[in-house]
Design a protein around this ligand. Sequence first.
Ligand code: MN
Ligand code: MN
Length: 320
Amino acid sequence: MDIKPGGLLREGWPSFFGAPRCLDLEKLEAQVAFLGVPFDVATNDRPGSRFAPQAIREASMRYNDLGEGWLDLERGVSILQGVTLADCGDVDIRVKPLEDIYDQITEAVGQILARRAFPVLVGGDHAITFPAVRAFQGHPLWVVSFDAHLDFTDEYLGVRLSHDNEMRRIAELPFVQGVSFIGPRGMVNRRAPYDEALKYGARVITAEELAEKGALALRDLPPMERIYLSIDIDVLDPAVCPGTGYPEPGGLSYYQMRKAIEFVAGLGQIVGLDLMEVNPTYDPSGRTVRTAAYLILHALGLAIPARERAQKRLGKRQKS
Ligand code: MN
Ligand code: MN
């Protein structure tokens, strides 16, 4: 009997969507680079998101790339046909000062960008988004955060780099043109971060607005040339995605989330993506990790063609 790797469900070592592994970033050739970040020490409560990169890898193997991309049946279109993917493994997270870990993350994302690949980070807690975005310095960037929470606390109890601070730190980066929040909700026991986010000029579209008006709720978002898209899985209704550390009542349905991502992808060119705060410890049915894998594919299917078109335009301009 022949053993033929590549087509079987869950065959071999897990990798994101069955992508070949590339553990040496200097040799990266693929157009899309997945990077796991098994880090959850910047979470205040309910740790466990460090287990998410491997759990989402495993879940994604149900949708292994068989060489023809994927049919997005609801849109009737094929996505990611002929696009090369690589699983770059995980950032080597150990017990050491946070700043050192963040430097490692920035360096890894910087290497992926230097190889002209599209980075997809799979966390881990949301604090990781700050060192990830930092790697994009040199070009103006908008950050769109899908999250039940603002994560805009400046400092609390002396902490400035937790998963409640990263959007504030990002807003301070000189090349970041703006931060928009989609999906915040709940009862919050400190008002200051909300007021400060509005004062900074952030657009805040609450989960309830989106549930009531659909994607129309997003129509005031400005055009954005280059977008970093950050998805905190807790933006979704915990009935849909229970596997997260900070579930909040309410939240988006899977379809509301899909439509909102489509709307954001129409505002500009998505140049990087992360999916954070999945906590497999609270995901006994596995539906959170599976939804996470779907959302990554959906966002990539929208981002990569736009990126290719932009690169072609740039190439033409440089030749002429
Ligand atoms: Mn968050
Ligand atoms: Mn959150």
